[in-house]
Design a protein around this ligand. Sequence first.
Ligand code: GDP
Length: 333
Amino acid sequence: MSPTAIITGITGQDGSYLTELLVSKGYVVHGIVRQTGVLTPPRLAHLIREPEIYGSQLFLHYADLNDAMAIRRIVHQVAPDEFYHLAGQSHVGLSFEIPESTCELTAMGTLRILEILRELENPPRMLHASSREIFGTPPYIPQTENTPFDPSTPYGCAKSFATQLVKTYRDAQGLFCCNAICYNHESPRRGENFVTRKITIAAARIAAGLQEKVGLGDLAAARDWGFAGDYVEAMWRMLQQETPSDFVLATGESHSVTDWLDIAFSRAGLRWEDHVETDNSMFRSTDPCMLLGNPQKAESELDWKRTVGFEELVDLMFDADQERVCQELEKTS
Ligand code: GDP
């Protein structure tokens, strides 16, 4: 029989890559989708269009993360082997604007899922997509699975709560549940309000003559940026281990916003200095520095290695945005 998985957050960047991975491995995938009125979630459209996949290997169910009754019903119907909990409000900057709903979704949503799974006679293996935001501004680099939590944003506080709960349900309740402590991971499917996509879209549009300038905040800000497709592979490997454990998923390399600008704009044949303006609203009151993850445990225990390097990542995101811009132009001409 095919293994069965439930994914929360299936319409997001990671959810869509994970769905592709699981479908390619023969899983039946059930996605939990928030009711937004969008009939065909854009990141899943290519799978929904496939009659051999949608309705036979991929199913969507509507439920909000605060609707325990609906989630419980889906879990009972599907009886999954694996449960990937990826949903949540994941924009750090935005979590200062909407702290209550961020905590409700990210923290309490995880608690509800753990409680629902705990009640089952045969609980599925569960993966929680945690975040390096739990470390705040960490005391040392690189960070590991043992770095203490010290979050400095509402999103980080909510993720710390959820991450600790996962450990607690593993240790105290015996659930097979794990935290993937993910550093930033990007792709052509990244939301457009993240700095990486904002830069690659701007470079593509400026090169096509559709805009002149882009407003950005702190150009010196640095992150450990990897490719989302690589991170979902590690998530899957985590649930295939004999014992549940937490893993840092990172590249071990730090790059600045300026590095993104250099690569994306030079691929577009432009100088970013001619097009970037300062947007003061994009500066954060607290922004963690020293964010660098150590992927050693994942590399040795999961036999996982990223396949896309930094420059290649910027290039592939720019190329995808350039293609989209060309298609838009063709449609309007
Ligand atoms: P985050 O690491 O999850 O907060 O991912 P973001 O892509 O939102 O931000 C990464 C870094 O880029 C942060 O340090 C931001 O302060 C910095 N940054 C600089 N300009 C911008 C901008 O215009 N938009 C965003 N989202 N971040 C920016």
